[in-house]
Design a protein around this ligand. Structure first.
Ligand code: ATP
Length: 233
């Protein structure tokens, strides 16, 4: 189980982008983060994956093997898709051979031996997905993996994520297409302005109350109260 507690993130001296996130990510579950542009989804994914350290708070129980698909696959990659997959497979101790099977399932069309920088956007995305899915049973963090895929590949990606989760992977994804939320067993969370809110919850109302820590503690125990956190000046 990966446990995220009290996560706060700010960039430089900017405002808090994550404002106190608590989240549990059990193995064998797909968690889907929804929310408007700029609400902090990618930031949360990067912190959970361990790409960046949080300003405050902790991520406990992160496995050694983490697969992270960034929102934009690197477009300056001079390695070929074949070499890239083999390199990652070696680095992450994936079983030898068969690395290109996921590419085949996704309908990858491109030269496996030419520089990956020459791939179309969708085929580059397929390479990123195939790389992320090399190792089973790990933490799978996918930022907008459906973006840019053709219709057939979108359906296959749904199958691949479902299979990985059935195999015990912990999956955390963002997705603006709505496809992830419709996958079997998807646990959907909505993010607004750096806070998490269950999809089926009531509307988020924020109140700023000046009170003692004891009163804040009592407030936090009231039914329907999602979070009480101190505001730093
Ligand atoms: N490296 C950075 N430096 C400074 N600010 C950043 C950085 N990365 C993100 N931000 C800011 O943090 C906020 C949250 O961005 P983030 O990318 O996490 O949102 P998002 O919900 O993933 O958005 P989208 O749906 O558009 O991908 C935004 O205001 C963004 O401008």
């Amino acid at each position: 189980m990966i446990t995220v507690s009290g996560l706060v993130q700010r960039y430089g001296r900017g405002p808090e982008v994550l404002r106190g996130i608590d989240l549990e990510l059990p193995p064998g579950r797909l968690t889907v983060l929804l929310g408007e542009n700029g609400c902090g989804k990618s930031t949360l994914l990067r912190v959970v994956a361990g790409i960046v350290s949080p300003t405050r708070g902790t991520v406990r129980g992160r496995p050694r093997s983490v697969a992270f698909l960034p929102e934009r696959f690197p477009d300056q990659l001079r390695l070929s898709p074949r070499a890239y997959l083999r390199h990652f497979a070696r680095m992450r101790g994936a079983p030898h051979g068969g690395q290109e099977q996921v590419l085949d399932r996704l309908g990858f069309v491109g030269d496996l031996d030419a520089p990956a920088s020459e791939l179309s956007k969708g085929n580059a995305q397929k390479l990123g997905i195939a790389t992320a899915l090399l190792v089973r049973g790990s933490l799978l963090v996918l930022d907008e993996p459906w973006a840019g895929l053709d219709v057939a590949a979108r359906a296959v990606l749904g199958e691949l994520v479902t299979e990985a989760v059935a195999d015990g992977a912990t999956a955390l994804v963002t997705d603006h297409t709505g496809l992830a939320a419709a996958l079997p067993g998807a646990h959907v969370l909505r993010m607004r302005a750096g806070l998490l809110w269950p999809e089926d919850g009531a509307d988020l109302v924020e109140l700023l109350v000046r009170c003692t820590p004891e009163a804040a503690d009592r407030l936090g125990r009231l039914p329907g109260v999602h979070a009480v956190r101190p505001v730093t000046p």
